[in-house]
Ligand binder design. Structure first.
Ligand SMILES: N[C@@H](CCC(=O)N[C@@H](CS)C(=O)NCC(=O)O)C(=O)O
Ligand SMILES: [Fe+2]
Length: 431
């Protein structure tokens, strides 16, 4: 087994066996990073066993599985974070160590500590072929639009800044306004992080877009409109969602004409982001009003498909439909195979680091809710799974804010804002 010390902080290695993992603490290591998806070869210990062996030996453990072909910016971020947060030297491995070292040099290069032309000689000096990292950087630089995901761990949501590198115009998609239901506190830090990024990158915000009225978090669209002056938009069928929830909340004064947004998008609508052409697909199923934004070679599919190892979004909210979701997903999968798909949620299944980017080809090949499925088998699977899911903990909090474009309720005479909850209006809970 080859183990190569890269720095005092990082050692990369080929697949260790479990007893070698257990002995790492005695050698002075503090953390293990496993960059290898499970099931690559027989005899591979796998994530669960590695986690148990590492943690059993007092080492922290991160699971950031990648394949050479599918490394995404989120994997590099997760690797950087695992290394920087470790309490001491880090031992990162995949099959041979190449993927671990690739993630390291990509982080170094993106952070400006290494130049692209230094990567291959650096790899050779340590006995690794890092040509894949050089190709990744070239591909990344040529990608239009440039997409930056911001993971919001409290709700597993991904917010996006999508930018046209040429004109520096950008759109913000699905920003989050933080809310803690235990204390009633609200906070703007997720949206403020986006504003700081936009300022740092010298971007101008042209659009604030929501893909659907979220059921698990507040939208920061209204807050960001006040901060940037940029117009807000959502799918045109939001008016049907407003009517549905107007009845649930018994809220006759609510305007149900969608006038809370600057623009309502219907299927096939087009708009520009700098020089980029953007197109809207109506993608109902998860909600009545969901849309997909197709911007250059990127599609923001939000809660339709999730990462291939996570299946698809649920379809059991009021107005949801598994059959409609299947049709919406088929339209997304009819986009060109190389289309980058950016999901709206990632719940870090099995403890792997959050990820949000895949392609149409990967989804067709390896999403178990889609590969080899028919409409009938999908609907049966989706409905069976939905019967096991409790409602999102913030559904009643969030919808009353989100059907108003992310506006919090107006303050009452004492200056405080209040939410309002119907009792027993949704299906009985699965506790
Ligand atoms: N536990 C989360 C669940 C959130 C949830 O239901 N998410 C939706 C998207 S808004 C979903 O499709 N979930 C699929 C799943 O949990 O399998 C919460 O309470 O907020
Ligand atoms: Fe959702």
């Amino acid at each position: 087994m080859s183990t190569v010390k890269i720095s005092d902080r990082l050692t990369v290695a080929a697949q260790p066996d479990l007893s070698s993992l257990s002995s790492l603490a005695a050698q002075g290591f503090a953390a293990v990073v496993n960059n290898r998806p499970d099931g690559e070869e027989t005899g591979q210990p796998g994530h669960a066993a590695e986690k148990a062996a590492s943690q059993g030996a007092g080492l922290s453990y991160s699971f950031i599985p990648v394949t050479g072909a599918t490394i995404a910016a989120a994997d590099i971020d997760a690797f950087r974070k695992a290394v920087s947060e470790a309490k001491g030297p880090v031992y990162a491995h995949c099959r041979s160590g190449t993927r671990s070292l690739t993630l390291h040099v990509l982080a170094e290069t993106l952070d400006g500590r290494m130049k692209p032309e230094e990567i291959e000689p650096f790899g050779q000096a340590h006995g690794f072929d890092l040509s894949g990292a050089v190709r990744w950087l070239a591909r990344h630089a040529a990608q239009t639009p440039q997409v930056t995901g911001f993971y919001e761990p409290r709700t597993g949501s991904i917010q996006y800044v999508v930018a046209d590198p040429k004109t520096k115009r950008c759109a913000i998609i699905d920003p989050v306004y933080a809310f803690d239901e235990k204390s009633g506190s609200t906070a703007t830090d997720p949206a403020d992080d986006i504003l700081a990024f936009v300022a740092r990158e010298g971007l101008a915000v042209d659009w604030i877009l929501d893909t659907h009225p979220h059921a698990d978090h507040f939208s920061a669209a209204h807050y960001l409109k006040r901060k940037t002056g940029a117009p807000t938009a959502i799918g045109a069928h939001i008016t049907a969602v407003q009517k549905l929830w107007q009845a649930i909340y018994n809220w006759p004064e609510l305007k149900t004409d969608g006038s809370q947004w600057d623009r309502l998008f219907a299927e096939g609508d087009r708009f520009k982001l700098g020089d980029l052409d953007c197109r809207v697909m109506f993608s109902p199923g998860h909600t009545l009003a969901s849309v997909t934004y197709v911007i250059g070679d990127a599609a923001f599919v939000h809660d339709t498909v999730f990462m291939p190892d996570s299946g698809t979004a649920r379809a059991d909210f009021p107005g949801g439909s598994a059959k409609a979701l299947w049709a919406s997903i088929q339209a997304i999968l009819a986009l060109p195979d190389e289309t980058r798909l950016f999901v709206g949620h990632d719940y870090e299944p099995g403890g792997r680091a959050a990820k949000w980017e895949s392609t149409v080809a990967e989804q067709k090949r390896s999403n178990p809710h889609l590969a080899g499925m028919t409409e009938e088998s999908f609907v049966a699977l989706r409905e069976a799974r939905d019967r096991t899911l409790p409602m999102p903990k913030l559904i009643l909090h969030a919808l009353q804010v989100n059907i108003q474009g992310g506006r919090l309720p107006e303050p009452e005479a004492n200056g405080r804002r209040y939410l309002r909850f119907p009792l027993d209006a949704l299906e009985a809970t699965r506790w």
